[in-house]
Write a protein that binds this ligand. Structure first.
Ligand SMILES: [Zn+2]
Ligand SMILES: [Zn+2]
Length: 247
């Protein structure tokens, strides 16, 4: 399996990175995590020969703004967009004229699945749990091709993150802040809390992503964050756009 980081910023694009999008290429499926502006690069790595499953953590714009580029792709095996309860209504309010074209007008079949109620329609092993943010947000765990990947973004530390990341080969954790956790009710992670989560969960590897560009303007700032995190959890790296790793 290969993981390709298409967008690794939180909040907004900079010259350093686009907003959040991660691609997991598996034997039978292309799995995409969030559709920030990095999503526009999907066709560099996905040719539509496999079904595409897009999992949305939540509906803040840095996680869905890339959806207006759905029109440029040709996903002949179809696209399933999976999100939390209410996803169909929220996406229908955005994916329509005058903002962009509705899903039904794409040249391939695209369908919204709401989780957890329609989890049974997803043909590989995965789970989702609510995390802690300013509004509803889902964290995910995928067990596929003999590997386990957890994706926890836009959250502070919480027990559900530990559950999702339990013994995962790779934990993709947000790292919005340099330090601190934000104000209660809109919490985020920093290098130390992300590393503590990976250690507590017994994860194999930790990728830091969703860097707040105000706190992390340059890639060198991310490297410092990874170095700090490695004091708590050795197998940590800072993701950057265009990075590819085999798992
Ligand atoms: Zn975000
Ligand atoms: Zn958010």
């Amino acid at each position: 399996m290969e993981i390709i980081f298409l967008g690794t910023n939180g909040w907004y694009d900079t010259g350093t990175a686009n907003t959040l999008c991660v691609l997991i290429k598996t034997r039978e499926y292309d799995i995409v995590l969030d559709a920030g502006n990095g999503f526009s690069k999907l066709n560099k790595y996905v040719d539509g020969a496999k079904p595409v499953y897009l999992f949305l953590s939540h509906f803040h714009l840095d996680h869905i703004a890339g959806l207006h580029t759905l029109l440029k792709f040709d996903l002949e095996k179809g696209l399933k967009i999976c999100g939390g309860a209410g996803a169909r209504r929220v996406l229908a309010s955005l994916l329509r004229r005058p903002f962009t074209v509705p899903l039904k007008d794409l040249r391939y079949k695209a369908e919204v699945l709401e989780l957890p109620s329609q989890a049974g329609k997803i043909p590989f092993k995965f789970s989702c749990l609510p995390l802690v943010h300013s509004g509803p947000v889902l964290g995910y765990r995928f067990e596929i091709d003999g590997r386990t990947i957890a994706f926890c973004t836009d959250t502070g530390y919480c027990e559900n993150s530990v559950k999702l990341a339990g013994k995962a080969d790779l934990l993709l954790s947000e790292c919005s802040f340099l330090r601190g956790n934000g104000h209660p009710g809109w919490s985020h992670m920093n290098p130390r809390t992300a590393a503590a989560l990976a250690r507590e969960a017994g994860a194999g590897k930790l990728a830091l992503l969703h860097f707040d560009p105000a706190a992390y303007p340059e890639l060198s700032d991310r490297k410092k964050a990874a170095a700090l995190a490695r004091k708590t959890f050795k197998n940590t790296f800072a993701a950057r756009d265009g990075m590819r790793i085999k798992l």
